[in-house]
Design a protein around this ligand. Structure first.
Ligand SMILES: [Zn+2]
Length: 81
């Protein structure tokens, strides 16, 4: 599991969520909910990243971000070259 800046933002957000939730459900339950959410999000992001990598295959266009087919972008292969 690599640590990115996005993770820090996610953790900060979840800590605030935990603090907001703790008066209602208690700090222990709030902590468990936040930990489950954190791993849920990490798992979701990792899965989605893998799905995108599989989908992308040859890479993505730097202009529009769509997947490259036959070393050309289906949207803007007339532009550039
Ligand atoms: Zn393109």
């Amino acid at each position: 599991m690599n640590f990115e800046r996005r993770d820090i933002i996610l953790i900060v957000g979840l800590v605030f969520f935990m603090l907001g939730l703790s008066p209602f459900v208690g700090i222990a339950v709030a902590t468990i909910i936040v930990i489950v959410m954190y791993f849920g999000i990490k798992f979701y992001v990792a899965n989605r990243k893998k799905a995108i990598e599989k989908d992308v295959g040859e890479g993505i266009c730097a202009e529009c971000g769509s997947s490259i087919l036959d070393k050309k972008c289906p949207n803007c292969d007339s532009v550039g070259e």
